[in-house]
Design a protein around this ligand. Structure first.
Ligand code: S3P
Length: 436
């Protein structure tokens, strides 16, 4: 990714109309990987055309998987079977994607050949021991640079199943171990301190792999096969989140977001916003491919601060930047605790949001695992995205209700998860433009 892109988001609204947000990032990554390891062709509809998921597709192609793009948002993955991947002579570039790198580490640990996983500057600073340590306990050999990427994954290791209690709730780590477990002798069991998104478990079952799982626990054994399966990807709740907050805080707004994934391990923000007084309804609740979906209707409502229940944290782990903006304009203070994981995302999100909101005139008391945000009035100013897509989009939302425009530096990474954000945002009433 090259070139720099700054944004200016001005006061605007009301926001009106329908917003079709792109496909779910977590589901798109997994559909590619399971499609690649299955026998036969799997069609993915609603695929996220983001840089993160395209990087995963490119890695799988380097490993010998044929992936066609019949139309934008669609992929046809010609699976090579569990043992059909080939070595790539080149490093495998995961770009900005922690999900891509961590899940691929598990998948590659069981191959007969060596691989090297690399990432961009942000990914190169993210902790990898959380996956390499338990994978090593399964017999994998992965070298890191003091716990950071690149990851050199040695092939030809005999993996064996383990029972592993995750020290932190992480769907990425859980999924890496389950992927390695496909290649391991015996049973792999993962226990979580708090349940996290279960797309890997659901998708493995859909692809015909015997797996037992319940919230907080998953167990499978090696030695089976994956059967090609078509996947319909729901709209990404994490992308919808920016519009849920935007419509909630801009007077006179009403937005409808169709066919958004509502997996309960993803919708903590819905509950948090409702606790703050938001007016959000789900219409036409339904299921597709075993995943709950619904159309979300959100109207403006005055928000008030809350003490966020800690139990909600894992279910809204990617939505905190957006929540910070809601809290900044809510009446009273919002207290966040138990969210230290935010410090090791695409940026240190607690520090990034606290710094940006302070520039805009909001008092934020940062703690090691959270923050207290004192609601107030947003002034304009210049904030830093720290090359984090969700920080950039959150401050674009803040600009809507600021007294003068908010300039957001370095927004090019928005394309990792939400290509077309600016057009969709302006289509419903934002005043967002590239800044000179
Ligand atoms: C993801 C899991 C979460 C989340 C990330 C996507 C996944 O990360 O933040 O955006 O697809 O499994 P952690 O597992 O590190 O919490």
């Amino acid at each position: 990714m090259s070139g720099r892109l700054d944004w200016r988001s001005g006061p605007a609204g009301p926001l009106r109309g329908g917003v079709g947000v792109p496909g779910d990032k977590s589901v798109s990554h997994r559909a590619l990987m399971f499609g690649a390891l299955a026998e036969g062709g799997s069609r993915i509809r609603g695929f996220l055309e983001g840089e993160d998921t395209r990087a995963t597709a490119a890695v799988l192609q380097q490993l010998g998987v044929r992936i066609e793009t019949p139309a934008a948002g669609e992929r046809l993955v010609h699976g090579v079977g569990l043992h059909g991947l080939h070595a790539s002579g080149e490093p495998l570039d995961c770009g900005n994607a922690g999900t891509g790198m961590r899940l691929l580490a598990g998948l590659l640990a069981g191959q007969a050949f060596d691989s090297t996983l690399v990432g961009d500057a942000s990914l190169s600073k993210r902790p990898m021991r959380r996956v390499t340590d338990p994978l090593a306990a399964m017999g994998a050999r992965i070298d890191t640079q003091d716990g950071l990427p690149p990851l050199h994954v040695r092939g030809g290791q005999r993996l064996h199943g383990i029972r592993y209690e995750l020290p932190v709730a992480s769907a990425q780590v859980k999924s890496a171990l389950l992927l390695a477990g496909l290649y391991a002798e015996g049973e792999t069991e993962v226990i979580e301190p708090h349940p996290t998104r279960d797309y890997t478990e659901r998708m493995l079952a859909a692809f015909g792999w015997p797996i037992s799982f319940e919230p907080g626990r998953a167990q499978l054994s090696g030695g089976h096969a994956l059967r090609a399966t078509d996947v319909d990807v729901p709209a990404d709740f994490s992308s919808a989140a920016f519009f849920l907050v935007a419509a909630s805080i801009v007077p006179g707004s009403e937005l409808r977001l169709p066919a958004v994934g509502l997996n309960p391990r993803r919708t903590g923000l819905l509950q948090a916003l409702r606790l703050m007084g938001a007016d959000i309804r789900i219409e036409n609740p339904r299921e597709s491919g075993g995943e709950p979906l619904g159309d979300i209707v959100v109207r403006h409502a005055p928000l008030h601060g809350v003490e966020l229940p800690e139990a909600l944290v894992p279910d809204m782990i990617d939505e905190f930047p957006a929540l910070f903006v809601a809290a900044a304009v809510a009446e009273g203070r919002t207290v966040i605790r138990g969210a230290a994981e935010l410090r090791v995302k695409e940026s240190d999100r607690l520090a990034a949001m606290a710094a940006g909101l302070r520039v805009l005139g909001i008092t934020v008391d940062e703690t090691p695992d959270g923050a207290t945000i004192h609601g107030g009035t947003l002034a304009g100013g210049t904030v830093e995205s720290l090359t984090d897509h969700r920080i950039a989009m959150s401050f674009a939302v803040a600009g809507l209700v600021a007294q003068s425009p908010v300039r957001i530096n370095d927004c090019r990474h928005v394309a990792t998860s939400f290509p077309g954000f600016m057009e969709l945002a302006n289509g419903c009433g934002f005043a967002l433009e590239a800044a000179a």
